[in-house]
Ligand binder design. Structure first.
Ligand code: URA
Length: 475
């Protein structure tokens, strides 16, 4: 996506730092200090000194982080030094201001999108889940509500899906727009969506690859700065975050999810943005469908006001956060958000958006046209009772095994395969009744998918206590 020419320096004013006890390590504990090391004057710092500083639990200045991160991005700091520094961060953590500084340095390591010509800009980010087609519904809702979404989205990796892959289920739809097209479309329709540019926050791309091979991915300040660097560089005034918690999510516990949400809201606020986060359940896939074409069909049902309850409620909740960030009241915002799904205005925006990006709008009008893989196999309840659990990770891995996702970047995917949840947790089932339906292409990956789904399904004798979809909010 040719966004190089969008290099415009963004002004990122800082709010006053929030006090907190000190850096939190990512590792559970660090038994002993690694030793005092030699202290150099700040001006004479070199890379080993910066590694030592973090190793000894000190905080970095913005200048330190620029030296490290920009040096690494330019290829001047080698992988072995950056790996040592990442591990020191993993063990010692980072203070809030330090995390915010790291994020801004990463954001400013490449192109910055200038959305200054657009009004009421909103971006949305989900930390990734299974069956999460929220962006397909929320973004046209926001456009119909008078906000502007000029957004970069990702592709799926491992068991989580990506918005670009889902939209590519619509024949002709492209994520390749020129800068001029992108901004004009956002102005005219209120919605334009492109793929992630490698020139946007390139420091994050390099650092993420290194984290992946140095066991430093699951580190709160590194995750928060990685996500938020791309959001800051993307230029929107308001950012709504959907932080997923549960079996199919990056964050397995509510506590971990809250920590990530607070860190990201703090970073965005210090950078002068409006950031609001919603914590949502990802123990069970969202809605009934997982798999690209199947998810677009379900998104279209939802845009027609006929979507599953959990998906509809999540989209309304996220739209409310965006509107409240723009000064509306909670009650008024909720009524307006629901209205867009009832009166067809969100669907109309989605249709216009699809057509503007080369997609065939006949697929929006008639979702039965989508290529859905013809093979069917059901996973049935071994006993009568209630569906207790449909493990989101198992469903995500099953879609991957069927060919609907990718293990490595760049792999081709089959948009037509997937899994349907015929029953959701809490629903009664008879012995032998179908609970999950697999959509496969000539049996590819079917055995693995069946094994995963059998293991991921639990039936209980008593009805399980219903779990809320929205687990909390941070703003
Ligand atoms: N997503 C990101 O973009 N970065 C991380 O570190 C984790 C999830």
């Amino acid at each position: 996506m040719p966004l190089r020419s969008l290099s415009v320096v963004m002004v990122m004013p800082y709010c006053k730092p929030v006090r907190r006890p000190g850096p939190q390590p990512c590792a559970p504990s660090l038994s002993a200090s690694a030793g005092p090391g030699v202290h150099w004057p700040v001006t004479a710092l070199n890379i080993p000194d910066l590694i030592r500083k973090k190793r000894d639990g000190e905080s970095h200045s913005r200048a330190d982080l620029e030296q490290l991160v920009l040096g690494y991005t330019r290829g001047e700091v080698p992988d072995y030094q950056m790996s040592a520094w990442l591990m020191a961060v993993y063990l010692r953590g980072m203070a809030e201001q330090e995390t915010a500084d790291l994020t801004v340095v990463m954001a400013e390591s490449g192109d910055l999108m200038n959305l200054a010509g657009l009004e009421r800009t909103v971006d949305k980010h989900s930390t990734g889940g299974v069956g999460d087609k929220t962006s397909l519904i929320l973004t046209p809702m926001l456009a119909a509500l008078g906000l502007t979404v000029a957004k970069m989205s990702g592709r799926g990796l491992a068991h989580t899906g990506g918005t670009i892959d889902k939209l590519e289920s619509i024949p002709g739809w492209t994520s390749e727009l020129s800068e001029e097209q992108f901004l004009r479309q956002a102005q005219e329709i209120g919605l334009a969506l492109v793929g992630q540019s490698k020139d946007l926050a390139p420091a994050d791309g390099k650092l993420y690859a290194l984290r992946d091979v140095t066991a430093t991915v699951d580190c709160l300040p590194l995750i928060a700065s990685s996500i938020m660097s791309k959001k800051l560089a993307s230029g929107a005034h308001t950012v709504v975050l959907d932080v997923k918690v549960g079996a199919g999510a990056f964050m397995r516990t509510l506590e971990a999810g809250q920590g990530l949400a607070r860190a990201m809201v703090d970073i965005g606020t210090r950078a002068g943005r409006q950031v609001r986060a919603v914590l949502t359940d990802m123990d069970t896939p969202l809605g009934h469908m997982a798999g690209n074409s199947l998810e677009v069909q379900e998104a279209l049902d939802t845009l027609r006001g006929q979507g599953p309850h959990d998906l509809t409620e999540l989209c309304v909740a996220l739209a409310v956060e965006a509107l409240v960030a723009h000064g509306e009241t909670q009650a008024g915002a909720e009524a307006r958000a629901r209205q867009t799904l009832q009166d067809g205005s969100a669907l109309e925006r989605f249709r216009a958006f699809v057509a503007a990006q080369g997609g065939n709008p006949a697929y929006v009008d008639d979702p039965t046209r989508f290529d859905v893989a013809p093979g069917r196999a059901d996973v049935t309840a071994p006993t009568a009772g209630f569906v207790e659990k449909v493990d989101a990770l198992a469903v995500g891995r099953a879609v991957l095994a069927l060919g609907g996702g990718r293990e490595r970047k760049g792999e081709a995917i089959d948009h037509g395969v997937g899994v349907e949840l015929l029953k959701k947790p809490g629903e009664a089932v008879a012995a032998g009744e179908a609970v999950l339906r697999i959509y496969h292409r000539e049996g590819r990956g079917l055995d693995t998918a069946q094994t995963l789904l059998d293991a991921g399904l639990s039936i209980s004798a008593a009805a399980p206590t219903p779990e809320p979809m929205i687990l909390g909010r941070v703003n």
